[in-house]
Design a protein around this ligand. Structure first.
Ligand code: ADP
Ligand code: NA
Length: 324
């Protein structure tokens, strides 16, 4: 059976980009693979966080994992910091990673904006991410398109480790979807939807109320053509709405283009709003029930125990191979 690993940061609320790009794949894979899904709180502290808030957001994300349909009987759900091997393997791999390759990481360049007062952890973050994945000997890593470069680095580090120290690590591959791997910002459809965007009209979170979803989608930037056609290059706003609608209503984009022949953006937006609200409402109801239950803590404890067993084995092998 294939091994799968992925994680999401417990920063702000999960947005539709995280959900459609990554988390929906997590749910699909749990029935066909041995899956490990992590709340990566060690990654979250590469930017200053309020401790109490971070604790809450860690549980918020775990509750969202369950609310969207992840099942602890089918997948191992856990919090990264509860498995020490992540920090340990992260260090081992830092001693393999080269400054030059870290300098080329686009996400670091974007997040640091050239400032040298960002913390060192932000710089070495992709190496910790490699450790996360390699500890579980994952074959596949479901992620959004923006993570492609980090998975490439992970593969490179696994191959280097195996070459230098003998075969210990599985070389994983990124699992990136054809449509929805890059959900665009609603107010700025040339860029990806992101929780670090300046305006909250950029994204819809999984917990936005119907009224707010409606408001954000009504304001979503389109173009002046009023012709519903999928063309991410020249019509990024309309194409993004089509992706959302297609995924939430489970209708292919081709079919949608036919459906809207001679019909303008007003109707398209109305339909996207309805499909989005219909999809998110039951998830939100489950989320609020789960978030308040003690069950959540127990699931995460059991998940951490299982994750620990696997991760400890790998880190032990890595250390043996390295002579420490
Ligand atoms: P963010 O990028 O919002 O800070 P994370 O780094 O925790 O969130 O990413 C969690 C997952 O969501 C990753 O697999 C990432 O590739 C995916 N993701 C993030 N933004 C988008 C987006 N706009 N479209 C598709 N996938 C995305
Ligand atoms: Na499974």
């Amino acid at each position: 059976m294939k091994r799968v690993f992925s994680g999401v940061q417990p920063t702000n609320f999960v947005h539709l980009g995280n959900y459609l790009g990554a988390i929906q794949q997590f749910v699909k894979l749990q029935d066909q693979a041995d899956c490990y899904y992590c709340v990566v709180n060690l990654h979250a502290i590469t930017i200053p966080r309020d401790p109490q808030e971070l604790r809450e957001k860690t549980l918020d994300l775990a509750a969202m994992y369950l609310a969207v349909g992840l099942d602890p009987k089918k997948a191992t759900l856990f919090v990264q910091s509860q498995v020490r091997a992540h920090s340990e393997a992260g260090w081992l791999l830092q001693c393999l990673a080269r400054i030059g390759e870290l300098n080329r990481m686009i996400q670091y360049k974007e997040k640091s904006k050239g400032s040298d007062s960002v913390v060192a952890g932000l710089y070495t973050y992709p190496v910790l991410q490699a450790a996360d994945i390699l500890l579980y000997q994952a074959d596949q890593v479901p992620v959004g398109e923006d993570q492609k470069q980090h998975i490439e680095l992970t593969r490179e580090l696994a191959e280097r480790f195996n070459r230098d120290y003998g075969h210990v690590l599985t070389v994983p591959e990124a699992l990136i979807q054809k449509e929805g791997a890059k959900i665009m910002g609603l107010d700025e459809p040339e860029k990806k939807m992101s929780k670090s965007a300046d305006s909250h009209f950029n994204y819809i979170t999984m917990l936005d109320e119907p009224k707010l979803i409606e408001k954000k989608l009504k304001r979503a930037v389109t173009d002046s053509e009023n012709i519903v056609r999928y063309d991410p290059e020249t019509k990024p706003g309309v194409s993004n709405l089509l992706v959302l609608y297609s995924r939430f209503a489970d209708i292919s984009i081709c079919e949608l283009e036919r459906k809207y022949e001679g019909i303008g953006y007003g109707q398209l937006k109305k339909d996207v709003i309805e499909a989005t609200i219909d999809h998110l409402t039951p998830i939100q109801q489950r989320y609020h029930e789960i978030r308040l239950s003690d069950e959540l803590i127990r699931i995460l404890q059991q998940g951490a125990e299982k994750a620990n067993e696997v991760a400890e084995q790998t880190v032990r092998k890595m250390k043996d191979a390295m002579g420490i």
